[in-house]
Design a protein around this ligand. Structure first.
Ligand code: FMN
Length: 187
C-alpha cells in the first residue's frame, strides 16, 4: 500500500517560503509513490495544553480539549510520517506549530508513545543569512529532542533564507535537497 504523509505547514502567508519547501518535499515523496495531505495549522483552532495530564492516564484517549486537534490526532495516527514546515519567528518555530507540538504530549500513555516509528521531516525558512543567528538551529534542536522523546525517526531537514514570499525558490540547491528528502522519506 502507498505510504501516506501529513504535511503540517504553519505560515500565515500565501506562497510562504516554508510552505514552498514543504511542497517540494511532498513532490519528492509523491514521485516515490506516496500520498501527502496538507493542513495549515494557521487555519486550525488549537488551544494550549492545560497540563491536566489526563492524556497520560490511559492508552485509549488523547487530549480531552475539544478543538481542531481532535481531527489532527486522527490524521497523525493514520499517517506514516509528518512533514513539519515553519517560518522562524523570534528565533524558533512559529507559535502556530508550537501549539501543535505541545499537544503531542497527549500521544503518550501508560504503554508508550503512539508516534513511535513514524518518520519526521522538517522545513524551515528565515530572514537572516545565517541559520545559527536566525534561530533555525535552535528550532531544529527542539524538533530533534521532541522526535527522540517520541521515538519517531528524524528523516532529515531542509532550511534556507527567504524574507519575502517566494524568495526560497531562487535557492535551487535547497529546493533539490527538499525534493530528495521527500523521496528518501517515502522510500
Ligand atoms: C514575527 C516575525 C518574526 C521573525 N523572526 C525571525 C527571526 O527570529 N529570525 C529570522 O532569521 N527571521 C525572522 N523572521 C523572518 C521570517 O522567518 C522569514 O520571512 C520566513 O521566510 C517566513 O517564512 P514564510 O515565508 O513561510 O512565512 C520573522 C518574521 C516575522 C513576521
Amino acid at each position: 500500500m502507498a505510504k501516506s504523509f501529513l504535511a503540517l505547514i504553519s505560515s500565515p502567508r500565501k506562497n510562504g517560503n516554508s510552505t514552498l519547501l514543504a511542497q517540494k518535499i511532498a513532490d519528492g515523496a509523491k514521485a516515490a509513490g506516496a500520498r501527502v495531505e496538507f493542513v495549515n495549522l494557521h487555519r486550525m483552532k488549537i488551544k494550549p495544553c492545560t497540563a491536566c495530564d489526563k492524556c497520560h492516564a490511559a492508552d485509549d484517549r488523547f487530549c480531552i480539549i475539544k478543538d481542531d486537534m481532535q481531527k489532527l490526532y486522527a490524521k497523525v495516527m493514520a499517517a506514516d510520517g509528518i512533514i513539519f514546515a515553519s517560518p522562524i519567528y523570534f528565533f524558533t518555530m512559529s507559535a502556530q506549530l508550537k501549539l501543535f507540538m505541545d499537544r503531542c504530549y497527549a500521544f503518550g500513555g501508560p504503554s508508550g508513545y503512539a508516534l513511535k516509528g513514524k518518520k519526521m521531516a522538517v522545513a524551515l525558512t528565515y530572514g537572516d543569512i545565517d541559520p545559527f543567528r536566525s534561530g533555525a538551529v535552535n528550532a531544529l534542536r527542539t524538533f530533534q529532542d521532541a522526535f527522540a522523546y517520541l521515538e519517531a525517526p528524524f528523516a532529515g531537514s531542509v532550511y534556507g533564507t527567504g524574507l519575502e514570499p517566494g524568495d526560497i525558490l531562487k535557492n535551487k540547491a535547497v529546493m533539490k535537497e527538499a525534493f530528495d528528502l521527500g523521496k528518501s522519506l517515502a522510500g
